[in-house]
Ligand binder design. Structure first.
Ligand code: 4NP
Length: 165
């Protein structure tokens, strides 16, 4: 393999759900000894929070589970991400639609899926947006993201036959 497998998590604001997915997944990849083989980033379809750190409620929830999101800064999803990432994982169906809208030549649709397609308990396949809700919403997002990221890593390891560096 000439380069790592590139994984991009995408939500609306890039301050709640996708930063958590990035942080949780990065920790799992590191723990598995696969950091040199998997490249990870996150982005938002919207531009409102570009340059900001993740929402403090999401940072606090993650910290409570031993995951540090504090160094992350929001960026907007750009159409060149479609060519640059092997797996573009949308947090909800609206994000998926907005990403595919940027695929004008319809070249990259196979790379774009719902993140919860990797969830062993996928429910409605969407990670609920916790932004306007209370603390329990953030904990629920953590539980969803944690088990889905675990299954995603197992899937990538199997698909690409990744072994510890
Ligand atoms: P996220 O949550 O998409 O999980 O980062 C949101 C954050 C901000 C907004 C919406 C969703 N907003 O409208 O500003």
């Amino acid at each position: 393999m000439s380069r790592g497998v590139r994984v991009l998590f995408v939500c609306l604001g890039n301050i709640c759900r996708s930063p958590l997915a990035e942080g949780v997944f990065r920790d799992k990849v590191r723990a598995a000894g696969l950091s040199s083989l998997i490249e990870i980033d996150s982005a938002g379809t919207g531009a409102w929070h570009v340059g900001e750190p993740p929402d403090r409620r999401m940072v606090a929830t993650a910290r409570g589970h031993g995951v540090d999101l504090s160094a992350q800064r929001a960026r907007q999803f750009v159409d060149t991400d479609l060519a640059d990432y092997d797996h573009i994982l949308a947090m909800d169906k609206s994000n998926l639609h907005d990403i595919l809208f940027l695929d004008e030549g319809e070249d990259f649709g196979q790379r774009v899926t719902l993140f919860r397609q990797w969830d062993p308990e996928p429910g409605d396949y969407e990670v609920p947006d916790p932004y306007y809700g209370g603390p329990e919403g953030f904990e629920e997002v953590f539980r969803i993201v944690d088990r889905t990221a675990e299954n995603l890593l197992n899937g990538l390891v199997a698909h690409y036959d990744l072994t510890k560096d």
